[in-house]
Design a protein around this ligand. Structure first.
Ligand SMILES: NC(=O)C1=CN([C@@H]2O[C@H](COP(=O)(O)OP(=O)(O)OC[C@H]3O[C@@H](n4cnc5c(N)ncnc54)[C@H](OP(=O)(O)O)[C@@H]3O)[C@@H](O)[C@H]2O)[C@H](O)CC1
Ligand SMILES: [K+]
Length: 528
């Protein structure tokens, strides 16, 4: 399964490369329109049903004209409402329109033809082929009127490429867009299919092969991907026979005051489940009994001073740390963060470890940059509020979610996980850095994952993976996906404490196994 996402510009380049390689543009359009028709029949057939195609002025409309012809040839009653006169169409779209032998209705008849009639066994299916990758400005005027009619009549919509009005690049709505039951796109999906609200408006997504050879992608070098296991699976190591717990990675979680100790407990437990060899919560003496009294596999260590914390990091073979969950927004947190950045090979900074630097973000970023320059792997995991505290100008400037998170990663030098229903993971654009300009959009998190403490669990999973030596971008992307997948296995009513318990099942499905390939209990160990 492919996981690259192409921006509209990259898709245009892929298209042009295919055409330069000898595939006619009209053949691509024919394949695109046929795919749309095929999916309409699969979703709404096999009995023919009335179809109304809304055709726009460009090639998205061209796909609509092809789909109309193919459906009509199969005996489906099809009407076309074209935004512009056929004489004004050009290129492949004009060729496609010229092959249409049925009626083209004037837009004044739109309401009449869209309304279900007594002779309709079911409401007509609308093919939305107004605008696709070429959306250039907000949808208004006649196009908006047509889409509003479809919305008011609550008709089933099949969108060509994207629901018209949704930007393929960022999933934002420009002007207006109607929710589709199904979106048929071509060759590769686009970021706007996976970022909200586009993800929500597109309905079910089908990516059709229209004959573009995958080799065209090599010179394009897409850097945005949907977050799926192939992106990071190879970096998930299986525990080896000779491993001991330190070799599998010692993760330290910073424990805060007793009132908010739950957050670090969740992170510590999740770090262990994600595969860290051992996990220690470092805390002040007043929280000791809480941390020591809960999770039997998690160790506790009292570090009365920042110096003691640093000494522990340096002497206990610490592979990674998670700082921030429930730690407190104060100078002590800043002190621990500075010391951890200065001496550890890997680090997750979450929650309070980010908010504590609201007034000194530049200072935090220069420390992170110094550490990553010597090879440290650092992941920060802000939600939108924390992001706004660290990067107020980026949060305010109205750029797309992708632009914001990219700019943030470039500025701070860490891998940035911008959490939300459509979490985005971005690596800094440092030439030569392993995460160089990479970006993944996550799509597997169920809505019920938005629950208290879920972020602490995510930080712990990322820390557990970093402790095992994973690269920062891969660890961050894997953590986000595993977290979403674990929640998917849990029914409504799940709480943050339940998530880590699902990790063994999820890891079993995506990670290399550490058993010897024999029967489940190992009866066959002697080779029989
Ligand atoms: N490989 C593929 O993916 C293939 C995709 N195909 C389809 O082609 C479209 C992209 O076609 P393109 O012609 O580049 O763009 P659109 O059809 O989406 O839109 C361009 C026209 O729409 C006008 N426009 C743009 N925004 C608005 C608006 N808000 N209101 C009114 N008109 C608008 C634009 O006008 P300009 O004045 O800006 O020029 C254009 O006339 C892709 O999405 C696929 O569906 C191919 O068919 C096969 C290969
Ligand atoms: K469309």
């Amino acid at each position: 399964m492919s996981y690259e996402l192409l921006t509209c510009d990259e898709m245009g380049r892929a298209d042009r490369a295919a055409i330069a390689g000898g595939i006619a543009g009209s053949a691509l359009m024919e394949a695109a329109g046929q795919a749309v028709a095929r999916e309409v029949v699969a979703a709404f057939g096999p009995q023919p049903r009335r179809v109304v195609v809304l055709a726009g002025p460009g090639n998205n409309g061209g796909d609509g004209w092809v789909a109309a012809r193919v459906l009509a040839e199969a005996g489906w009653p099809v009407d076309i409402l074209s935004l512009v006169a056929v004489a004004r169409l050009a290129g492949d779209a004009r060729l496609a329109a010229d092959r249409w032998t049925g009626r083209v209705l004037p837009l004044s008849q739109a309401e009449d033809r869209l309304k279900p009639t007594d002779s309709d066994a079911a409401a007509p299916v609308v093919i939305d082929a107004l605008f696709g990758a070429g959306l250039a400005r907000p949808v208004d005027g006649e196009a908006a009127r047509l889409l509003s009619l479809v919305q008011v009549l609550d008709l089933p919509v099949v969108a060509v490429d994207v629901p018209s009005g949704v930007s393929g690049d960022d999933g934002q709505v420009r002007g207006m867009a109607v929710r589709a039951a199904l979106t048929v796109s071509f060759f590769r999906a686009k970021p706007g299919h996976w970022l909200l609200p586009g993800r929500d408006l597109r309905g079910r997504l089908v990516i059709a092969d229209i004959g573009i050879p995958p080799a065209v992608l090599r010179p394009i070098g897409p850097r945005i991907a949907i977050n799926r296991p192939p992106l990071w699976q190879a970096a998930l190591t299986a525990p080896a026979a000779g491993d001991h717990k330190y070799r599998r990675g010692h993760l330290v979680v910073a424990g805060g005051p007793p009132e908010t100790a739950g957050a670090a407990r969740l992170a510590a437990h999740a770090g262990l489940r994600a595969g860290a060899g051992l996990v220690t919560v470092a805390c002040l003496s007043d929280a000791m009994s809480i941390f020591a009294g809960t999770d039997p596999a998690v160790m506790t260590r009292v570090v009365p001073t920042p110096e003691a914390f640093e000494r522990m990091l340096q002497t206990r073979r610490v592979a990674a740390a998670v700082l921030g969950p429930g730690q407190g927004v104060d100078a002590l947190t800043r002190d621990w963060v500075r010391r951890a950045i200065a001496c550890l090979p890997a680090l997750v900074l979450d929650a309070d470890a980010l908010t504590a630097f609201e007034d000194s973000a530049a200072d935090l970023f220069s420390q992170i940059r110094a550490a990553t320059a010597r090879g440290a792997r650092i992941v920060i995991t802000p939600h939108d509020g924390e992001f706004g505290r660290l990067f107020p100008d980026l949060a305010a400037d109205g750029g797309t979610r992708i632009e914001r998170v990219r700019a943030a990663a470039d500025r701070c030098g860490a891998v940035v996980v911008l959490k939300g229903a459509d979490t985005v993971i971005a690596g800094p654009d440092d030439a030569g850095a392993p995460a160089h300009g990479r970006l993944a959009i996550n799509g597997n998190a169920p809505a019920r994952l938005a629950t208290a403490g879920a972020g602490d669990v995510l930080a712990g999973i990322a820390g557990g993976l970093l402790a095992q030596g994973m690269a920062a971008f891969e660890a961050a992307a894997a953590a986000v996906w595993l977290h979403g997948a674990a929640a998917r296995l849990l029914p409504r009513g799940m709480i943050a404490e339940d998530i880590a318990g699902m990790l063994p099942r999820v890891l079993q499905a995506v990670a290399p196994s550490d058993d010897d390939g024999l029967d489940a209990l190992g009866f066959g160990l002697d080779g029989d």
